[in-house]
Design a protein around this ligand. Structure first.
Ligand code: ASP
Length: 333
């Protein structure tokens, strides 16, 4: 029998109505799995672990790092795959951080729900069934952390919540889903891509994101930041009056240049004006490649936690950002 651990972290999938109105996390992984029609037919040996029961806006980075340890321990003890149920609001960040810290071939599949279990057409049971199906699928091995949602399978490095209310809330701007659930089977439409795994560090560094807003003065860079992500306009552009303050900050900390458009690349060789991508990269900012600012923050956090120096940070983004030399990844595969 295929052994799958289900880790419950909370989110809408586990929420029930409360007396004053609205819903809050309450259901256990036993409740969640009991509500899935057709689960027994998968013939899985399930281990259910209620790790936390939080809205995903209140999960902490440390919680995800701890979850990654629990996952690694369970996989080392012989589990064939893992399913994580959690809130959708921060799923794109949690899944990518788990991906960066997951060094085994076993599938780890994250899912959640947009409609709580008390609503007509609640999507939690279907998404959980899909996640379990993917986690048990040999074709999912070697693909790192995946997200199963609305019968699509996404790579953790690319997926994002692209709609606040739609049931099919997740998309992958760079390349689309890597697979689909069809008649109860996981089908992959692209080959596994190279994995980028970061050694787990001892502490979680502070990496804020600064978002460029039209006509705004340059924001202060927090003095206790270990690194910074700038979500710039378009393909990596800032007001020219932001350049000097950032150039001062870069003497102190690594700064990654990402796009606030949340889709498409940061360029490197097209525009030459002050505040352009050429100007900023020439001053030492690191291009995020195809990673959006929230994914770039997870990669910068993980690399700094692992003790990466500036050159290694740049190498990590060249490789995992998808537009540079994968050979620059600082750690072994
Ligand atoms: N607010 C919820 C959460 O992220 C939304 C969801 O789960 O879909 O916990």
């Amino acid at each position: 029998m295929t052994r799958i651990m289900v880790c419950g972290m909370g989110g809408t999938i586990a929420m029930t109505p409360v007396p004053g109105g609205g819903v809050e996390p309450a259901l256990t992984t036993e409740d969640l799995t009991a509500a899935v029609p057709g689960l027994a037919a998968l013939g899985l040996d399930l281990a259910l672990v209620d790790v936390q029961n939080e809205p995903s806006s209140s999960l902490r980075l440390e919680d995800v790092v701890a979850l990654s340890r629990t996952i690694a321990d369970r996989l080392a003890a012989g589990a064939d795959g893992i399913v994580v149920t959690q809130g959708t609001d921060t799923l794109e960040e949690c899944a990518y951080l788990l991906d960066l810290l997951h060094d085994g071939p076993q599938p780890v599949v994250v899912t959640g729900a947009m409609r709580n279990p008390a609503l007509a057409g609640a999507d939690g049971p279907a998404n959980l069934l899909a996640a379990l199906t993917v986690a048990a699928s040999p074709a999912a091995r070697g693909r790192g952390v995946l997200v199963a949602f609305a019968d699509e399978v996404h790579a953790a490095a690319r997926v994002r919540k692209a709609h606040s209310g739609r049931v099919a809330a997740f998309e992958s701007a760079a390349g689309g889903p890597v697979g689909y659930l069809v008649e109860g089977t996981a089908h992959f439409v692209s080959p596994p891509s190279r994995r980028f795994v970061v050694p787990r560090g001892k502490r979680v560094p502070r990496v804020p994101v600064i978002v460029a807003t039209f006509g705004e003065d340059a924001p202060a860079v927090p003095g206790d930041a270990d690194g910074l992500v700038v979500a710039a306009f378009g393909a990596g552009h800032l007001p020219r009056w932001w350049v000097e303050p950032l150039a001062e900050a870069i003497a102190r900390i690594p700064i990654v240049l990402a796009s606030r458009t949340l889709a498409g690349p940061v360029l490197s060789a097209t525009y030459a004006y002050p505040g352009s991508e050429r100007d900023l990269l020439g001053r030492g900012l690191v291009p995020a490649g195809l990673l959006d600012p929230w994914k770039a923050r997870m990669l910068l956090l993980a690399t700094l936690a692992a003790g990466a120096d500036r050159d290694q940070v740049a190498g990590a983004f060249a490789a995992a950002g998808g537009l540079g030399d994968p050979g620059r990844w600082p750690w072994r595969e």
